[in-house]
Design a protein around this ligand. Structure first.
Ligand SMILES: [Zn+2]
Length: 137
């Protein structure tokens, strides 16, 4: 799969470091690692604003779609249309739906069909993949 934004591993690493991303951000976004639950900076974070891809800045979620799923990762019931690309993930002996940034291919987390709201979806994201932005004044 190819994405509009392409950079080398070294370039992503430098960029994430320059942005002050969480230490796990590179492994999570470029190597599909999963941060430990209940450790991410946005797991219990409820300010108004929007969540963007830590790698390329694309807007992924609005804060009013965020809910507490109790699973230890930031969870959302709706993504910005077109912002996220879904990929079937058969790793770890499960069939899951991986979610990646449509612009740069950054691994974000997984989406599950067991959400509590009318969308029926639960986007289970890594904090390390996200960058919060307060609303523009
Ligand atoms: Zn991105």
């Amino acid at each position: 799969m190819s994405f509009p934004i392409h950079k080398t591993e070294q370039e992503w690493q430098a960029e994430l470091q320059a942005k002050g991303a969480e230490p796990a951000a590179f492994q999570v976004t470029r190597h599909a690692a999963t941060e430990r639950p209940f450790t991410g900076r946005y797991e219990q974070f409820w300010a108004d604003g929007s969540y963007h891809c830590i790698c390329c800045g694309a807007k992924l979620f609005d804060s009013d779609t965020k809910f507490d799923a109790g699973c230890g990762w930031p969870s959302f019931d709706r993504a910005i249309p077109g912002a996220i690309t879904e990929i079937v993930d058969r790793s770890h002996g499960m069939v899951r739906t991986e979610t990646v940034c449509s612009q740069c291919g950054a691994h974000l987390g997984h989406v599950f069909p067991d959400g509590p709201s009318d969308t029926g979806l639960r986007y289970c994201m890594n904090s390390a993949s996200l960058e919060f932005e307060p609303p523009k004044a």
